[in-house]
Ligand binder design. Structure first.
Ligand code: F6R
Length: 609
């Protein structure tokens, strides 16, 4: 996700901003920039690439400034480029701003502003904010931001300055974090605490709807109703390393905890809550095209492949089209039966995985239409696919994928609902019911974290073993595959995922006294069958852990230890049920002392075959 730094005070602003941005580099970005007021004029230096590229742009100039804004961008609207980098400005170049978040209604606002004669220089959603503020600006920046803020839909953390008033920066936030570090004769604004720690440990945290007027000696905050508020100053006790991880011990744990937020981000602007409809404006497929697909391949690697396993069930249930899920490194060397009526959905967090990319290229050569589900704007997969559906998980730093996987599941569910709605392959009522579950998902997921302590105990037990099993039927099996992969890659425990009904065809021989077996039982149509499989392993001495719905009372008579998730529609269960498994893997890896964020032999992005 993007990073914001703003500075007003006694030091050289450009130096402070660049050092602050460097402290946010760990979060991932594709471009960086600063704006500042030098000799009474706003100047902007920005570039695609690294902060070193930005330094090269700034070096050699004799800029003098005590106020400025800095930004590292992780592209969402518009590819990574110099033009799309922040800061942005209005037509006059006298108002400059940086923004984190997503403006959902930017297209309508842009249309309106273009009609009023505004000239745009980028493809970003952010730029509309500068022009909107300009539209309302009559000498009072605070008033203009208040009015502009009311028109913005979506999420934003904003820092804005204006040439004629070089003594203040105005900040505004909604659904995107912003903090203000309180210094002596200086104040520093940031999206994240690591950027301010070199200056101060005293911070004010802005709440949703807050607007702050920040000068070098004062911070005045108004709440969403325009009332002036006094906030307590928080003393940050973390060092920089702890602050990067938001106080969590590892990035993986931080990312597991970010999942309710990234679900919200990925849903944002794609669900019309009044009509309960999924709307995917970014796709240009016609109804005829969607109706013409007679076969779908979902192709990916690793965790993304496991998302495809869930996608298959969703699509076959709603879209009524046969789906094959393929491992990209296998698919590319097979002879899949592809015609012009075949749709290939490639799934890739990074958008750079060599095998997935090769599968995409091969599919196009064979004549299929390709949709990419990816997390990285401007990635090779996103550029080469016919259509792209982005997940908004933000940069994932831990090698083991967690939040990206969850947003892939959500993207597949939205796509399935959207296709079914377009070609009317499922009853409207059913689609509405699923859509309303999607809205509730982030809130329901929050409840899963209440069990973190008991999950840690389960993990400690599993960590004593070198081998374990995950079993389930239907979608539970798909999630079992992901649970087993997570455990293997970070704790190095051998973990087997098995379709529960398949155990007795060989694998049951491996069940010995005390071995941990995690059984997922969230699919009502195969509930009794799965319980029988649980009994089979129990009878052979396995220690039985079960993952079930929280209102399932029967499971307590069957399993030794039960973990639960809130009851949701069975088709959407994986979005919740994988999270306890991620937490178990995490805590088992910690218990075994492995390098959780950088497991041995693995790389975050596999760009070679
Ligand atoms: C496991 C993991 C990998 C990736 C796989 C594909 O936690 O992260 O299995 O899912 O390497 O990567 P992407 O999604 O970037 O194509």
């Amino acid at each position: 996700m993007c990073g914001i730094v703003g500075y007003i005070g006694r030091e050289d602003a450009i130096d402070v901003l660049i050092k602050g941005l460097e402290k946010l580099e760990y979060r991932g970005y594709d471009s960086a920039g600063v704006s500042f007021i030098d000799e009474g004029k706003i100047r902007i230096e920005k570039t695609k690439g690294r902060i070193n590229d930005l330094k090269n742009k700034v070096n050699g100039h004799d800029y003098k400034s005590k106020i400025g804004l800095g930004h590292t961008r992780w592209a969402t609207h518009g590819k990574p480029s110099n033009e799309n980098s922040h800061p942005h400005c209005d037509c006059s170049g006298k108002i400059s701003l940086v923004h984190n978040g997503i403006i959902e209604n930017y297209k309508e606002l842009r249309e309106k502003l273009l009609k009023n004669g505004h000239v745009f220089n980028s493809e970003t959603d952010t730029e509309v904010i500068g022009h909107l503020v300009e539209e309302y600006f009559e000498g009072d920046l605070l008033e203009a931001i208040k009015k502009a803020g009311k028109e913005l839909k979506g999420s934003f953390a904003l820092a804005v300055m204006e040439e004629q008033n070089p003594d203040k920066i105005i900040c505004h936030r909604k659904d995107s974090p912003l903090v203000i570090g309180i210094g002596k004769d200086e104040n520093i604004i940031a999206s994240d605490i690591p950027a301010i720690l070199a200056h101060t440990k005293d911070v004010l945290i802005l709440d949703d709807g807050d607007i702050a007027v920040v000068s070098k000696s004062e911070v005045i905050i108004f709440d969403e109703n325009g009332h002036k508020v006094d906030k307590d100053v928080l003393k940050i006790e973390w060092d920089v390393k702890e602050a990067e991880k938001g106080g969590y011990e590892h990035f993986m744990l931080k990312e597991i905890h970010e999942q309710p937020q990234v679900l919200k981000d990925t849903l944002r602007g794609r669900l019309n809550e009044q009509e309960n409809l999924v709307e995917l404006d970014e796709l240009s497929l016609t109804t005829e095209e969607i109706a013409s697909f007679d076969k779908i391949y979902m192709v990916a690697c690793g965790t993304a492949y496991h998302a495809g396993l869930v996608g298959k069930t969703i699509f076959e249930s709603l879209v009524k089209c046969p789906v094959e899920v393929d491992i990209a490194s296998e698919y590319r060397y097979r002879e899949p039966l592809i015609t012009k009526n075949t749709l290939v959905i490639v799934i890739s967090q990074s958008g750079e995985t060599a095998d997935t990319l090769a599968a995409l290229r091969q599919s196009k050569k064979w004549g299929a239409k390709v949709i990419a589900i990816t997390n990285v704007v401007g990635s090779t997969v996103s550029r080469e696919a016919d259509e792209v559906l982005y997940t908004w998980a933000g940069p994932e730093i831990a090698v083991a994928s967690t939040k990206a996987y969850l947003t892939q599941l959500l993207a597949l569910a939205m796509l399935g609902i959207y296709f079914a709605r377009t070609i009317k392959s499922a009853p409207q009522k059913r689609l509405e019911e699923l859509s309303s579950y999607l809205v509730k998902m982030p809130e329901l997921l929050e409840r899963v974290y209440d069990q973190e302590e008991p999950l840690k105990e389960i993990a400690n037990e599993i960590a004593k073993w070198d081998s374990t099993f995950f079993i389930g039927r239907a979608l539970d099996w798909a999630v079992a595959e992901e649970g087993a992969l997570k455990l293997k890659e970070i704790s190095y425990i051998q973990a087997e995922a098995y379709a529960a009904g398949e155990l007795k065809h060989g694998t049951l021989a491996l069940i010995v006294e005390g071995i941990p077996v995690i059984t997922l039982v969230t699919q009502p149509h195969v509930y009794e069958k799965t319980i029988s499989n649980l009994q089979e392993v129990k009878a052979r001495g396995a220690k039985c852990f079960a993952l079930a719905f929280e209102d399932d009372e029967k499971i307590y008579q069957e399993a030794d230890i039960v973990m639960t998730i809130p009851r949701v529609d069975p088709l959407l269960t994986p979005i919740l049920s994988v999270v306890p498994l991620q937490l178990i893997s995490y805590y088992a890896a910690v218990a075994r002392g492995s390098d959780v964020d950088k497991p041995r032999n693995l790389a975050k992005s596999v760009t070679v075959e």
